[in-house]
Design a protein around this ligand. Structure first.
Ligand code: FE2
Length: 425
């Protein structure tokens, strides 16, 4: 064998197992395997899980917070203003690759091996997109990246956006994006969804649309996206990001919509970091939580995953690329703190996202599948969500791609000291 990870605690098993890897795939899994390998890693009874997946990240803006200035109000409109100022300061995205590379490294070091990034194509020279295509290749040893051709300023509201979308897809963007709620009129929004599908059909690509990211309960483009998925045979190939207007729909309409989403197999991607700070800015009190109906969608059998969305950009100044932290926040704001519900939230950054990403047949700690795994400094899924602990070792296709030494706290009792263990068995 090339690699054996010993004494691994899998999420669904009490007994510790060994994971044997050959030629980049899991070969055997079982207790105390009588095999040898070039490299052996002792997981020491810690949780070993498949890698995290971030299906919604804006790498073109990542790490620009403070350049040229911070968003003082923290609001969405000021975020757009600051982004315009950034683009004036760096018209050629000179710093793009350094920033994006760092953000990806942060995610990989914390166990995320699959990233779907939205890159703004509303730029006649497609500069950021071209840099991103290069970076995807340069970093392919440590991470799999999908690129969405994302029309930030609209498909009908920005000149020549459909042509730029087409060019981006020809250059190598993986998915077709959209933003119907930001088009100038409702009719334009509906028409823009038609353009998205036409491009997806032409290039045979999956779709991932920013959809209804507003507190306006009249924003109802998700039904258009879902009905078109059924009519055009795109079931299970369409994702909708944010869908925060669903927070404000009346319950009868939300119920009807859930049925349609189920039929269409639309994946919903909630983004708790950005939406909890950006939404409900026009509310006084009570203030809405600004996140889509994660609990109800999961209960209805809809595939829901979480995205990190921003890492230190004009819209969200914090974050370090930690998908466990996204799940922890979502547990709070979505009322998902029941015991089984917390396990479900772990799925929203692992198996559910694998379905969104389109890799569910090759993903998971199962013989014959690609040997991707994360060893966490935690004993259980619950503790992983509670502690957001160090990702001790990250393995991609049988190769160690990141390691982290856990921090250590000591308590001093007079002359004696004791190491603090935050883990709970
Ligand atoms: Fe987004």
């Amino acid at each position: 064998m090339d690699l054996i990870v010993r004494n691994a605690r899998l999420a669904d098993g009490d007994e510790l197992v060994d994971l044997a890897v050959r030629a980049g795939t899991f070969a055997e899994i079982g207790p105390r395997l009588k095999l040898s390998a070039q490299t052996e890693i002792d997981a020491g009874g810690n949780l070993v899980c498949p890698p995290f997946i971030d299906p919604h990240l804006h790498l073109d803006a990542a790490l620009t917070a403070g350049i040229p200035r911070y968003n003082i109000s923290g609001s969405h409109p000021e975020g757009i203003q600051v982004w315009c100022e950034y683009k004036k300061a760096y018209p050629q995205f000179e710093d793009f690759k350094d920033r994006a590379r760092r953000a990806v490294e942060w995610e990989v070091a914390q166990g995320t091996l699959y990233i779907r990034t939205h890159i703004d194509i509303c730029d006649p020279s497609l500069t950021a997109l071209k840099y991103m295509l290069e970076l995807r290749e340069e970093m392919s040893d440590i991470v799999d990246i999908q690129i969405v051709a994302f029309p930030q300023d609209g498909i009908l509201s920005y000149p020549k956006a459909p042509e730029l979308m087409r060019e981006a897809l020809m250059l190598g963007a993986d998915l077709v994006g959209g933003i119907p709620h930001c088009e100038w009129t409702r009719e334009d929004g509906v028409e823009s969804v038609g353009v998205v599908y036409a491009l997806a059909e032409e290039f045979d690509r999956m779709i991932d649309v920013h959809c209804d990211e507003t507190d306006d309960d009249h924003s109802r483009f998700l039904e258009v996206l879902a009905s078109q998925a059924i009519k055009r045979g795109f079931q299970n190939r369409v994702s909708a990001g944010h869908t925060t207007a669903m927070h404000s729909y009346n319950n009868a309409y939300a119920f009807k919509l859930q049925g349609l989403l189920g039929k269409a197999g639309v994946n919903i991607i909630a983004n708790p970091f950005d939406n909890t700070v950006l939404q409900a800015r026009f509310d006084t009190y009570p203030k809405r939580r600004g996140i889509t109906r994660v609990k109800e969608l999961l209960a209805a059998g809809i595939n829901v995953s979480l995205g990190h969305d921003s890492i230190m950009d004009p819209w969200y100044p914090l974050g370090k690329g930690d998908m466990l932290a996204a799940a922890q926040l979502a547990i709070h704001v979505c009322h998902m703190s029941g015991f089984d519900e917390m396990q479900q939230m772990f799925d929203t950054i692992t198996v559910n996202s694998a379905k969104t990403f389109g890799i569910n047949d090759s993903y998971g700690i199962v013989p014959g599948r690609r040997a991707d795994l994360v060893i966490l400094d935690a004993r259980s899924v619950l503790d992983a969500l509670r502690l957001c602990p160090a990702r001790l070792t990250v393995v991609k296709a049988g190769r160690v791609v990141a390691e982290t030494q856990p921090s250590q706290s000591r308590i001093q009792y007079g002359a004696e000291s004791k190491v603090v263990d935050y883990r709970k068995d």
